[in-house]
Design a protein around this ligand. Structure first.
Ligand code: SF4
Ligand code: SF4
Length: 102
C-alpha cells in the first residue's frame, strides 16, 4: 500500500491479507468474482469443472486483502476468503534470547 505521506503511526497499521478458496464444482462460470475483485486477484482457468464451466483461479495471491467481495457477489456460494494472520501463529520468543528464567 502506498501512502502520500508517511503516517506517524505506520507501525500500528495492519493491512489484511487473504487467501481465496474456490469450490470449483459449484461454480457456474459467470465471472462476477473475476470482474469485480478490486485487486485483480482472479482469472478464468482453462480447466472444466463437473458442470462444464471454467471456474476462476487465483493468479495474484499476494494482492488479496480479504475484503470478501468475491464471496458476497458469488451467486452460487462457490468462493470465499479467509484472513492470513499477520504473524506466524507459533511465533514466540526464541530459546536463545538471553533470558535466565526463574
Ligand atoms: S477477498 Fe477481495 S481482494 Fe481477495 S479475491 Fe476476493 S474480492 Fe479479491
Ligand atoms: S462468482 Fe461464483 S459462480 Fe461466478 S465465476 Fe465466480 S466462483 Fe464461479
Amino acid at each position: 500500500m502506498k501512502f502520500w505521506r508517511t503516517p506517524l503511526d505506520l507501525q500500528d497499521i495492519h493491512v489484511s491479507k487473504g487467501m481465496v478458496l474456490i469450490l470449483e464444482d459449484r461454480c457456474k462460470g459467470c465471472g462476477y468474482c473475476i470482474a469485480f475483485c478490486p485487486r485483480d486477484v482472479l482469472h478464468e482457468s482453462t480447466r472444466f469443472n463437473a458442470k462444464g464451466y471454467h471456474p476462476p483461479e487465483v493468479k495474484n495471491p499476494d494482492a488479496c486483502v480479504n475484503c470478501h467481495y468475491c464471496e458476497i457477489i458469488c451467486p452460487d456460494l462457490a468462493i470465499f476468503s479467509v484472513e492470513i494472520p499477520p504473524h506466524p501463529v507459533n511465533a514466540g520468543p526464541s530459546e536463545d534470547n538471553g533470558s535466565t528464567g526463574s
